[in-house]
Write a protein that binds this ligand. Structure first.
Ligand SMILES: Cc1cc2nc3c(=O)[nH]c(=O)nc-3n(C[C@H](O)[C@H](O)[C@H](O)COP(=O)(O)O)c2cc1C
Length: 160
């Protein structure tokens, strides 16, 4: 979670993070589905960047729902955790207008790569997931799919 959006410094109104972002706007929210982690109950959590804390938004087993919404991909079913990012469109578009359509995916790639580096350093496997049903994931998180829309996922877990 530190690799995704950990705060590294303050610059004026901006809280700088572990990944670069156009205009230091960090146009994402980070969610986490915890499935197989000792001492953390199964459920969907929101990552509170400022407090470096997980906030449970839906307790329970959502493995089937997540797997189905990811086209039945076994890597999702078997994952210990799935990080789910939403794009906050206006956070970037307000400043960059149409250019935000480039910056948001660029920013996202940096964040995802950080997770892969951190996972590798910790001896875990990870797999970025771009193939999923947008509407199903938006509904799972309770986001509107317009101003806030699921953009990308990554699974993390033990290597076989
Ligand atoms: C944008 C993007 C979307 C991806 N979506 C999926 C996916 O839905 N399912 C999957 O198994 N792998 C997915 N991958 C992982 C690629 O298949 C993988 O990175 C590629 O096969 C190269 O393997 P490596 O990363 O282990 O070197 C995705 C990767 C990227 C960058």
């Amino acid at each position: 979670m530190w690799g995704t959006q950990g705060i590294t410094a303050r610059a004026g109104i901006h809280l700088l993070r572990t990944a670069p972002s156009a205009g230091a706007l960090y146009p994402f929210e980070t969610y986490l589905y915890v499935d197989k982690v000792e001492e953390v109950p199964k459920g969907i959590y929101h990552f509170n960047v400022a407090d470096f804390a997980l906030e449970c938004i839906k307790a329970g087993d959502f493995n089937q729902a997540l797997t189905a919404a990811s086209l039945g991909q076994p890597v999702v079913r078997r994952a210990a955790v799935v990080i789910i990012w939403t794009a906050m469109m206006l956070r970037c578009m307000t400043k960059y207008r149409d250019r935000a359509m480039r910056y948001i995916p660029m920013d996202m790639g940096h964040v995802c790569q950080n997770v892969q580096l951190a996972a590798t350093a910790m001896g875990f496997g990870s797999c970025p997931i771009g193939a999923f049903y947008d509407d199903d994931f938006n509904e799972l998180l309770g986001v509107d799919g317009q101003e806030e829309a699921v953009l990308y996922l990554i699974t993390v877990g033990k290597l076989k």
